[in-house]
Design a binder for this molecule. Sequence first.
Ligand code: SF4
Length: 322
Amino acid sequence: MSIPGAGHIAPAMQQFRPEQLFITVEKNGSRQFTKTGQPTRFGKYAEIRTRDHEFHFNLNGQIRFIRGLGSDWPHPFESLKHTDGNDWVYYSVGAAIQQQGIRDWLGEYYLPCFAYQSNAIVKFTPYFHPTVSSAFGAWAQLYANIRTMPMDGLPSETRAFLNRVAENDDSALHTRAKDLHTIIGGQMSVLPPDTRHVDYDVIPINISAGCLYHCKFCCVKSSKRFQPRSMGNILEQIRNLKDFYGRNLKNYNSLFLGNHDALGVDADLVCFAASEAFRAFDIEHANVSYPRLFMFGSVDSFLKAGDTLFDNLDQLPFFAHT
Ligand code: SF4
């Protein structure tokens, strides 16, 4: 449903709403992850448009994307994405970094630019671009407007959505990221590059900790000794993750079994974690089809795994990337 918000607001309160809001409580994105050269959203989401920006929210009312609509925005196909780990990632089409043929260069339409130094693919900091940095101000302003605007007269679904947004301020998003790290036992320092096929939207479950190698060059490694997690620990993570994702769980169809060398655990444990998560998260009925499973695997783990693991992976309802 799309409604022009200003028509529902008492004139006396318009001082809180310098811009007209266009609210769409439920939008249907693509039901399959596809690569396109234009902004594409996946699963279901909500949208608020102001004169200058487009804001997308997940089903929990948490901010997901911001895109500038003015001619000063670096490129109409670029946007800021907010992650479950409370990071912002700028999706660049490459124009500002003189990579006009980013598709030829990377095989992808977008280059994710992180707001932090580690894991950077190229040194490009769009966050200093005045229009991009002002988008964060626009989000803060929108949030303040939502918190103070009168809800009387708005349809109940719209009110419920705006209340969900109001519950998810920066502090709530920060706390939420900490909760995620507590559930899985630490921060994910790196995702498999193949997760780009699902726009990096994976549910992380740690089935092991530590690295076999502790390679000297590596800036993401764990200092821990390699150790599989117990079945009980994995089930607890799955239970807590289900609560953590809440309404937005329906938008996930993919898992990342971590951490740096999940292929090193017993074949049964990999299949146990994947099957239990598939059932508990009801991935069969997710808003996005074609479930995928991602894992890192070292050379030793790969050689040790033998055919059993790969035969078992073939039986799972996921397309597996290792
Ligand atoms: S195994 Fe991977 S994550 Fe671990 S130290 Fe080596 S490169 Fe880094």
